[in-house]
Design a protein around this ligand. Structure first.
Ligand code: BES
Ligand code: ZN
Length: 458
């Protein structure tokens, strides 16, 4: 079974419209894992995915936890001696807010210009669903899958839930596999599919700074006590130099330098820094000195402030000397940086750079290691061929700046690499208003997944 039989391609063509209808059904369920008001909807999405797996021929169940959202698990192990794929995806979505910029409501999937617009369209319902429909095509035509497949679809990806790690750690035998497969990344550009071989890690913090025991008049008390908002700004400003280099002592110690072949390969990709800047509406790009934009986006660590509060930001002036201030900020990490080592270095940096007269607290909110996957495995080659068949173009091999913590957990607990086969586009607005997913890419993704199963079968 070196190639997916033509009957599979025919089945995909015959059922394309129904697949879209089913995807729209799933997209109508507002499974916003972060919002307790949507707990019942989030569970409904889990049940929907479980029921579809069962309907297409994969026995599946909900795995329940004391708190949080269930995992959908299903498996079909009818190819003894053949490789086993662990297909991971998530059925939860980011909050849709702010609602005002959405051109159509986030949970009313709407097709415009060949794209379906809805929260979760690309991240990750649409991408995840491609693998279910690929399995369906095999099961409804050939009657079995050419490889063993385990589906692990979680509902806490967008909230960094802990249930999945507990499940992975406890069920290493049940989840044993040769490759994990995740479609939760992007192609390089429209018409240019990609396999992602590197993701960034993350060290995410909240810093709270406290000054006096109450808000004060800035005339009466200014010059007498430290202002925690000024102090916070000083601390944040000390993190990064004007040259884009991070100033935290020891921060670059474990950074693996870009390889020459990698720099050459990135430089070969069709990417215009000028067009990129124009699309974003900025007069010039900015990042660490000495590196190209793709190198900085994909393979150099970064530091960004995400939010900042304190004092008065309402209409009109208020001459307040606030008593507290806070900020959220993070570092995207690259191999071989360790997020715990970085957290210690950040703590020491804040100790050294906090001006007198305030106290502070640092909370570590998210941590994930960066990943690089082996590009020389038979699975990587099989994925390359399957994508070339389905998309009509050989994929390029890229890194991404985003983080998918489960990839590191899979490596740690199951000892396997993940094939990151993204069907999305960089402008899909994941996490933002008007999230979309190309329906043509949805169908190509299904076909690539079906062919991957055939390519992996010996
Ligand atoms: N699918 C994204 C990760 C991603 C984005 C990969 C863009 C490649 C390109 C994922 O759902 C996500 O948003 N991850 C978070 C992880 C974090 C909350 C721990 C991220 O990268 O911010
Ligand atoms: Zn996401």
């Amino acid at each position: 079974m070196a190639h997916a039989p033509e009957t599979i391609d025919a089945y995909l063509a015959d059922h394309a419209a129904r697949f879209e209808g089913q995807l729209f059904e799933l997209l109508r369920i507002p499974s916003v894992s972060a919002q307790p008001d949507h707990n019942a909807d989030t569970r409904r999405a889990a049940q929907w995915v479980r029921d579809d797996l069962i309907a297409l021929g994969v026995p599946a169940e909900l795995i329940e936890f004391d708190s949080g959202h269930p995992i959908v698990y299903g498996e079909r192990l009818d190819a003894p001696g053949q490789p086993t794929l662990l297909i991971y995806g998530h059925y939860d979505v980011q909050p849709p807010e702010p609602l005002e910029p959405w051109l159509s409501p986030p949970f009313e999937p709407t097709v415009r210009d060949g794209n379906v617009y809805a929260r979760g369209a690309t991240d990750d319902k649409g991408q995840m669903f491609t693998h279910l429909k690929a399995a369906e095509a095999w099961l409804k035509t050939v009657g079995r899958l050419p490889v063993n497949v385990k589906f692990l679809i979680e509902g806490e990806e967008e909230v960094g839930g802990k249930n999945l790690e507990a499940f992975l750690a406890a069920q290493t035998r049940k989840l044993a596999c040769d490759y994990a497969v995740i479609s939760d990344t992007s192609q390089f550009a429209p018409g240019l599919p990609a396999i992602t071989y590197g993701l960034k890690g993350l060290a995410y913090f909240e810093l709270r700074v406290q000054g006096a025991n109450r808000d004060l008049h800035s005339g009466t008390f200014g010059g007498a006590v430290q202002n925690p908002l000024n102090a916070l700004c000083q601390i944040l400003a000390s993190l990064k130099g004007a040259d884009g280099r991070i100033q935290v002592e020891g921060f670059y110690d474990d950074v693996r330098p870009l390889e020459d072949w990698e720099r050459a390969a990135f430089a070969q990709l069709p990417f215009s820094e000028a067009d990129f800047a124009a699309d974003l509406g900025v007069a010039e790009l900015f990042g660490e000195v000495g590196y190209s934009t793709l190198e900085r986006k994909w393979a150099r660590p970064t530091c960004d402030v995400h939010g900042l509060w304190g004092g008065y930001a309402g209409p009109g002036p208020k001459t307040v000397l606030p008593c507290k201030a806070g900020a959220k900020f993070s570092f995207r990490l690259v191999p071989d940086q360790d997020n715990r080592t970085i957290a210690q270095a950040v703590r020491r940096h804040i100790e050294r750079h906090t001006p007198p007269g305030v106290t502070w607290e640092l909370e570590e909110m998210h941590g994930a290691p960066a990943v690089l996957v082996d590009t020389t495995t038979p699975g990587f080659a099989a994925a390359t061929r399957a994508i070339e068949t389905a998309f009509g173009t050989r994929p390029v091999f890229i890194r991404e700046g985003g983080s998918i913590p489960v990839v590191g957990l899979i490596k740690q607990h199951l000892k396997v690499d993940t094939l990151l086969l993204g069907w999305g586009q960089n402008d899909d607005n994941l996490h933002g208003p008007n999230e979309k997913f190309s329906l043509a890419d949805f169908h190509r993704g299904i076909r690539a997944s079906a062919h991957l199963m055939a390519e992996l079968a010996g």
